[in-house]
Write a protein that binds this ligand. Structure first.
Ligand code: FES
Length: 357
């Protein structure tokens, strides 16, 4: 499951000035391995300037299209995103890990569900996949999309979204929120705020009818919307969110610094992976188990190295670690001793972690 496969790029399209969609040609014999659910992501890997760079990108295509497409927004100083937007060509081969992720609910073809979805910028990618899939497979379900961008020009997939509105006329409503362009309706100008979400829940969203809510964007936005919807009466289980990494908050930085302060000098680490044990001593240069293990020659699964994707998760079976940040694991996983190895700073003399979970 954590293997990479060489896959050819079959199409690249500029969606906005700074965002390209990239479609992959998954060979027939790999289509089952690469089958996916709406809202899942792919991890891509390539060598850039001699360095192995991996990143995870949500699929914006839907499984019903029999297509594998991601959207990559160029971020300032972003190695992979700059490469994908400026150098990558049709016919190039990238190493790709099969789809993964939990940002979905099952399709229920006979149900009439009411979905509300919130996205900011490139956070639209998994949301678009979710919208397309449920609209196509649940003929009685409806969607309301609340989509935040800087201005009309920067709206990723605008044409495709509007074409969907026409195809599924009456079942799909779109509300564009713009931060750098003024329009006549004040509600739609500027970011999501508590007041705006309250206004939405009073005028546009009928909370008791909502079946599921999906949110994708930066952490702050997700938590604000989640809290306001919960206050308005939407139950927690109906709110699903996917974070896209937008840099650490001050609080995260403090937490990370504290974990590093507690690091034990020279922990003896044992990794259990594929039923085999691998031993190494943590070097001073590395603060987390994943980096320490990779430097010592271990071959372990990882993607974002930012505490977001959970590809690197393992279970602590002996000793203690402290996580710098955690955007990926749920409370019940934490109580089972599961940690993100890319964030796990060892704080005891000996630590044993198991990747076979
Ligand atoms: S590699 Fe993504 S959370 Fe560790």
């Amino acid at each position: 499951m954590n293997d990479f496969y060489p896959i050819k790029v079959s199409q690249i399209q500029k969606e906005t000035k700074t965002c390209s969609s990239v479609t992959f040609d998954i060979p027939q014999e790999l289509q089952e391995t690469f089958s996916y659910k709406q809202g899942q992501y792919l991890t891509l890997k390539t060598a850039i300037d001699g360095e192995d760079v991996r990143r995870s990108y949500s699929l914006c295509s839907s499984p019903v299209e029999n297509k594998w497409q991601v959207a990559i927004k160029q971020i300032e100083g972003g190695k992979f995103s700059t490469y994908a937007n400026t150098e990558l060509k049709v016919g190039d081969v990238l190493d790709i890990m099969p789809p993964s992720g939990n940002f979905y609910t099952e399709v229920e073809t006979t149900q009439a569900k009411e979905y509300i979805v919130f996205a900011a910028g490139s956070g639209i990618t998994p949301i678009l996949s979710i919208i397309k899939t449920h609209l196509a497979l649940e003929p009685n379900s409806r969607f309301k999309l609340f989509y935040l961008n800087r201005n009309a020009k920067s709206i990723i997939f605008k044409e495709e979204i509007e074409a969907l509105r026409n195809t599924y006329f009456g079942r799909f409503e779109i509300f564009y929120f713009l931060t750098k362009e003024q329009r006549d309706i004040p509600l739609l100008n500027g970011r999501f705020t508590a007041e705006k979400i309250q206004e939405l829940t009073q005028k546009i969203i009928h909370i008791p009818s909502v079946s599921e809510c999906f949110i994708c964007g930066p952490e702050e936005m997700i938590f604000l919307i989640r809290d306001e919807l919960e206050t308005a009466g939407l139950s927690k289980e109906k709110i699903h969110y996917e974070l896209f990494f937008s840099g650490q908050s001050e609080e995260d930085k403090k937490r990370a610094a504290l974990a590093i302060e507690h690091k034990f000098d020279g922990t003896e680490v044992t990794i259990i992976d594929g039923g085999k044990e691998f031993h190494f001593g943590m070097e001073d240069d590395y603060d987390n188990i994943l980096d320490g293990a990779l430097a010592a020659g271990a071959d372990l699964p990882y993607a974002c190295k930012g505490g977001v994707c959970s590809t690197c998760k393992c279970k602590v079976v002996e000793g203690k670690v402290e996580m710098k940040i955690n955007y990926a694991l749920e409370e019940d996983e934490l109580t089972k001793g599961i940690v993100l190895s890319c964030q796990a700073v060892p704080t005891t003399e000996k630590v044993v972690v198991d990747f076979d979970i």
